[in-house]
Ligand binder design. Structure first.
Ligand code: AMP
Ligand code: ZN
Length: 470
């Protein structure tokens, strides 16, 4: 079966040929860790998890390397650290913010059925030369200066975009067009307005590393050039992220990597997911329609959120609506109940079915540029076959597992289904009442009942809160 992927750089769907079929290599830009991830952030995570699963299916589990970084150096992180931990030294406060947020992110995407990537490097560990010799940012910047692609000006190190003849190919932006209207006065130290920062100085209040250009910190783009080279080499197969990253982030990653390594490409396929809107509007805190993954998980099983995401092709925009979620919930509930009953069939009965590829049409749909809505339609067909009693029933459950929609641990699913949230709230209130009248036997019993539902409760001076155990 031929895998075909749409490549943003060549603007065409092409047959996928890996550089090395024994080690297919993919890099996806990960989260900047300063706050809970929103449901838009979940889109690339889910989309590229599906691709990771598909590549593992085709090339073998141990023949795919998937790197998704964690951006733990960013001015938004510094601001959050100062706000949340005003008494602590900045570095400590930053570490607290990034570790807490990264842990929240891992728990969220696990609940969305995503496999952990092969490696999840943190940017701060790749700023300075490393004892293991893996590519780091300072060495890359030095290389860019040595090769005449970067220069120091105004206390910064900048990439010289005019030194690269085809700068702008990914986004289709030409250097000449960018000159017009550029705010030259603001960027007086730049040779060209599109030149971008590789290294900038840090004030004593900002996090910084000692470098050949003084104490400072890296620009945003260089971290992905360093971490991708560190784990995937100077050229690799697939680079992914959301549409908004095409320019400037991915354009600049390409410029840095190709010019530092003297290669003709950074990755052979550039893949970008479309944007997610909520009820027809851009998601924003000011509009009050900002949905974190964490909040959504208190109302819906992770699999429902995943299925809802996969109903739309990854390159199309998604309108995330309550109506859509309710429909996904109905589908998932029905599939789930059927899957649980299939899981109970004994091995002897199952072994009577002939051994053959179980869900080839689901795989075929994904092989067509990750056509996940078609894959879901194929799962519906498998479900109908099961219900009408023909064929190996595990074709259906295995297809669900392959898509990350069926696990052996059902607690989340069973316990948060349909109105369960209200039930939890009721029990929590009953427990609070029991505690108020000092009936600790009853309050402990309710706590245990909640625990059995996969819910943990936390008491504090402010009152009692609850969350899903993970
Ligand atoms: P950020 O933490 O903002 O750098 O974003 C992490 C990832 O989420 C990037 O790949 C973004 O392109 C992606 N992303 C952010 N917002 C949305 C959205 N509304 N819809 C789809 N993808 C998004
Ligand atoms: Zn990146």
């Amino acid at each position: 079966m031929e895998l075909r992927l749409y490549d943003t750089l060549t603007r065409e769907k092409r047959a996928f040929t890996p550089i090395d079929a024994n080690n297919v290599r993919m890099y996806v830009c990960g989260p900047t860790v300063y706050d809970f991830a929103h449901i838009g952030n979940a889109r690339p995570v889910i989309v590229f998890d599906v691709l990771f699963r598909l590549l593992r299916h085709i090339y073998g589990e141990n023949h795919v390397t998937y790197v998704r970084n964690i951006t733990d150096v960013d001015d938004k992180i510094n601001d959050r650290a100062l706000r949340d931990y005003p008494g602590l030294p900045l570095n400590e406060a930053i570490r607290k913010v990034t570790e807490k947020t990264a842990d929240q992110f891992q728990a969220d995407v696990k609940a969305l059925g995503c496999l952990p990537p092969t490696v999840q490097p943190r940017a701060t560990e790749f700023v300075l030369p490393r004892p293991d010799g893996k590519t780091d940012m300072v060495t890359l910047i030095k290389e860019l200066i040595a090769r005449g692609h970067a220069y120091e000006a105004g206390g910064e190190v900048l990439f010289d975009t005019q030194s690269m003849p085809d700068y702008g190919a990914l986004s289709g932006r030409k250097l000449e067009d960018q000159q017009a209207g550029a705010r030259v006065a603001v960027d007086a130290h730049k040779k060209h307005p599109t030149d971008f920062v590789l290294w900038k100085q840090s004030s004593p209040e900002e996090p910084g590393w000692d470098s050949p250009w003084g104490r400072g910190r890296p620009g945003w783009h260089i971290e992905c050039s360093a971490m991708s080279a560190a784990y995937l080499g100077t050229m690799f197969d697939i680079h992914g992220g959301g549409l908004d990253l095409i320019f400037p982030h991915h354009e600049n990653e390409i410029a840095q990597s190709r010019c530092a390594h003297g290669t003709h490409a950074m990755a052979n396929y550039w893949m970008h997911n479309g944007f997610l809107q909520v009820e027809g509007e851009k998601m924003s805190k000011s509009l009050g329609n900002f949905l974190t993954i964490r909040e959504l998980l208190t109302d819906w099983p992770g699999e429902v959120l995943r299925l809802n995401m996969l109903k739309t092709h990854y390159r199309s925009p998604i309108d995330w609506t309550l109506k859509g979620l309710e429909e996904s919930y109905r589908i998932f509930r029905e599939w789930h109940d059927l899957a649980v009953s299939i899981d109970k069939i004994d091995l002897e009965t199952l072994s009577a079915y002939p051994k053959r590829p179980k869900f080839p049409l689901v795989v075929a749909a994904l092989c067509d540029d990750l056509n996940s809505s078609m894959a879901i339609a194929e799962v519906h067909k498998l479900r109908n076959l099961m219900v009408h009693g023909s064929g190996d029933p595990t074709a259906f459950t295995d297809a669900l597992r392959f898509l990350g929609l069926h696990h052996d641990n059902y607690s989340l699913v069973e316990n948060l289904a349909e109105g369960k949230k209200r039930e939890v709230e009721k029990l929590v209130a009953e427990r609070t009442a029991a505690r108020a009248r000092k009936d600790f036997k009853e309050s402990d019993r309710i706590r245990d009942e909640l625990a059995a539902m996969g819910v943990v409760i936390k008491d504090s001076k402010e009152g009692t809160t609850w969350e899903i155990a993970r």
